[in-house]
Design a binder for this molecule. Structure first.
Ligand code: GLU
Length: 505
């Protein structure tokens, strides 16, 4: 184990986090934690036109919800500088964090990028250019008309005597033009890029903002990143980054370009397949631990012969290895997520599960506004723990314990093999029994009800079905006697009385 591993997640603040991005973040975080290292967030907002206000806050909320502690990320003051709607009270306190230099927002680090861009120019690794957007568009159209691939090269410059006091850009000098650039990637293996296909990309724009390539490399170096883990749509940018590391003379971090997440039809995961935003999963009742477990296994598996699927967070941290990220695209299975969520729900202590369920129950109209109702809710949780896949499923299984149920009809109370009089007798006897039973313990209740069925010569199943209909208003519920025990005597007898009235009419 080394203590120096440092990884980052570097989202652009362009909206809510897509679950594929969260997966990349989880791979980065697990890599850092596996090696006892640090994981931080850096906001890459160099393309100010694409910035969506509020996304920074949502990104930080995502990690809060997942329960992933950051070792560095935007602080309160930085977020306020961005705009008031980025305000996020839970942000970290300090510009630098645990030895990682801040700020963690690129638009607040502009002087670094200019300094390093000028260094590249001074050392012959970059050059100034001042073609206007219109000129570039013409050049591009010409190249495309010749059916060639458009990329800017130094020899295409319209003017070479660029006045550095006038607006201009700084471009990467790809050198040698006819050579190749190599990358050893932890996922893709050895990758070789023809320099001829690499653009003399803009590093510093005329407005003083860096492009992604420069900012990303400068920050990863200054912030001590050891492993760059990102989606493989960034692989084509990698040669530019490799060249920059070489020009600067900086040690390269390890790279892992992770395959995309696909839907079950083999296409890139999108709305078409179902939920894709992390908060949609939260709102649909998935536990953060299940989401982490599921995402960690989208493209990673513990290795030959290890069939484990359900992991706690410490187990994931212990077993994860960036060397075992798969090379083929990961397929997002909503069915597997449901299954895993159910497994994580069952593993929680009931009191903890109850805390997760409370907001969902309240949202579904179950008022938990008195100690008595809260107590009833807490007692109901173990009855449904085995039966739910998402936190949202709970309310529909226990709502009748809290809200009035629709009036029962005579037809629903009469078993196929009984007439009205027999059903009435069954209900009266049940009422009598439950009114007198000293203890509302489920086992005692069940025993007594079985004896009653025997005495009345009805099948226990038939008796239980009628009673279930009467006291819950449903034909499928959690175990009947556990349910009645939680509902309590008063509510149970009241519902039995109402049913007896219906049959008596
Ligand atoms: N800002 C890039 C993004 O939005 C970061 C890519 C990287 O991790 O290098 O995904």
């Amino acid at each position: 184990m080394t203590t120096s591993v440092r990884t980052r997640f570097a989202p652009s603040p362009t909206g809510d986090m897509h679950i594929g991005g969260v997966r990349t973040a989880i791979f980065s975080w697990l890599t850092a934690k596996r090696h006892d290292g640090l994981f931080f967030i850096r906001i890459e907002d160099t393309d100010q036109d694409r910035r969506v206000p509020g996304s920074c806050r949502r990104i930080l909320e995502t990690f809060d919800w997942l329960g992933i502690e950051l070792d560095g990320g935007p602080d309160h003051a930085s977020l306020q500088l961005m705009s008031s709607d980025e305000d996020y009270p839970g942000a970290l306190e300090d510009g630098s964090s645990r030895g990682i230099p801040g700020s963690f927002i690129q638009s607040q680090r502009l002087p670094h990028y200019r300094e390093w861009a000028e260094w590249l120019v001074a050392n012959g690794c970059a050059y100034r250019a001042n073609e206007t957007p219109e000129e570039l568009e013409h050049m591009r159209a010409d190249v495309i008309a010749r059916k060639e691939v458009w990329s800017f090269r130094e020899e295409m410059r319209l003017r070479t005597d660029v006045d550095s006091s006038q607006p201009h850009v700084i471009r990467l000098r790809v050198n040698p033009r006819d050579g190749t650039t190599h990358l050893h990637d932890l996922v893709k293996g050895d990758v070789c890029f023809e320099n001829a296909n690499v653009d003399d990309t803009v590093l510093l724009k005329a407005d003083g903002y860096p492009t992604y390539h420069l900012a990303n490399v400068v920050d990863d170096h200054l912030q001590g990143v050891t492993h760059v883990i990102r989606g493989d749509d960034w692989l084509s940018s990698a040669p530019k980054h490799v060249l920059l590391y070489k020009y600067f003379g900086w040690e390269m971090p390890k790279f892992a370009h992770v395959p995309n997440v696909l839907g079950e039809d083999g296409r890139k995961l999108s709305k078409r397949h179902g939920a894709t935003g992390v908060f949609e999963f939260r709102d649909q009742g998935y536990l953060p631990t299940a989401v982490i477990n599921f995402l960690a296994m989208l493209g990673w598996a513990p290795g030959e012969g290890d069939e484990q699927n359900v992991f706690t967070i410490p187990e994931l941290i212990e077993k994860f290895s960036e060397d075992h990220i798969g090379t083929s695209p990961a397929v997002f299975s909503y069915t597997k997520l449901d299954w895993l969520n159910g497994m994580h729900i069952r593993r929680l202590p009931p009191a903890e599960l109850a805390q997760h369920l409370i907001p969902f129950a309240q949202k579904a109209g179950i008022a938990l506004d008195t100690p008595e109702r809260m107590e009833r809710f807490l007692r109901a949780v173990p009855l449904i723990q085995e039966r739910i896949k998402t936190l949202k499923d709970a309310a529909g299984l226990i709502d009748f314990m809290f809200t009035d149920i629709p009036p029962v009809t005579a037809a629903s109370l009469i078993d196929k093999k009984m007439d009205q009089a027999a059903s009435l007798k069954v209900l009266r006897e049940t009422r009598e029994l439950l009114a007198q039973l000293p203890d509302f313990d489920p086992t005692i209740m069940e025993q007594a009800m079985r004896q009653l069925a025997e005495r009345l010569t009805v099948k226990p199943g038939a008796l239980f079905t009628i009673v279930r209909n009467v006291v819950t208003g449903k034909s499928v519920t959690p175990p009947l006697f556990g349910t009645i025990s939680v509902m309590g005597r008063e509510m149970t007898l009241e519902r039995l009385d109402r049913a007896i009235d219906v049959l008596n009419r």
